[in-house]
Design a protein around this ligand. Structure first.
Ligand SMILES: [Zn+2]
Ligand SMILES: [Zn+2]
Length: 55
């Protein structure tokens, strides 16, 4: 029931099972999630807390 099947990509919003997570470089609080395709394409992400955007 509570099995972790993936996370929502912060760039494209899709559910992904292969992803990387890192803390937002702006606020160091929000966790940014990026799936592999967005990582390869360097799709921009945006922090939902402080609005920091980055590649
Ligand atoms: Zn994505
Ligand atoms: Zn932030």
């Amino acid at each position: 029931m509570s099995a972790q099947i993936g996370k929502l990509c912060s760039s494209c919003g899709k559910l992904s099972v292969e992803y990387v997570e890192f803390k937002c470089p702006g606020c160091l609080q929000e966790t940014i999630v990026r799936d592999m395709s967005c990582r390869e394409k360097h799709t921009r992400y945006k922090c939902s807390k402080c609005g920091t955007e980055g590649p």
